[in-house]
Design a protein around this ligand. Structure first.
Ligand code: HEC
Length: 148
């Protein structure tokens, strides 16, 4: 009898502790954190350059990448190709048209590949990639460059 009494007391106490813990924890505390944190407002990227400035930069970088190959300044040319990749990446925000964005993104991708080829001092691959990149310049200009 004594043991039964003890077990009964123990269970009663455990129940009180468990209910107390639930009260302290508050209701429904097991939802994932992500559901409770408010989503931040969507920010749109704003280029600091005008389209003209972007294009002058792109033309200048392309020119110096080509002369870098001729001068054997491979590492400098490779860095310029990465900068051109980012510049073209920003260019996509100058126009909402899908084809404009696709050409700007395509040029950016070509320039990243070009940067790697230049780093490897691979002249043949670098020249092929410059040709591919230039095709993107022309394709976009044919549609979007009004004055020549
Ligand atoms: C996704 C579209 C797009 C791509 C890709 C593009 N351009 Fe342009 N480019 C334009 C537009 C639009 C203009 C016309 C800007 C204006 O005058 O309003 C322009 C104009 C130019 C101009 C004349 C700038 C001036 O001062 O009027 C040059 C130079 C130029 N681009 C070079 C390049 C070179 C070099 C590449 C490739 C490495 C290139 N562009 C790739 C859209 C593009």
């Amino acid at each position: 009898m004594k043991l039964k009494y003890r077990i009964g007391m123990f269970l009663a106490l455990a129940t009180v502790v468990a209910l107390g813990a639930r009260l302290v924890a508050g209701p429904d505390n097991d939802k994932p954190m992500t559901e409770k944190v408010a989503k931040p407002a969507k920010e749109t990227f704003k280029p600091v350059l005008t389209v003209e400035e972007t294009m002058e930069g792109q033309a200048n970088l392309m020119k110096s990448i080509k002369s870098g190959i001729l001068d054997g300044a491979w590492d400098e040319a490779s860095i310029r190709a990465t900068v051109l990749a980012e510049l073209s990446n920003t260019n996509q925000y100058h126009n909402d048209a899908k084809d404009y964005k696709t050409w700007a993104q395509g040029l950016s991708k070509d320039c990243l590949e070009l940067a790697r080829a230049l780093k490897k001092r691979d002249e043949k691959e670098s020249k092929a990639l410059i040709t591919r990149a230039n095709e993107k310049c022309s394709a976009c200009h044919d549609v979007y460059k009004k004055k020549w």
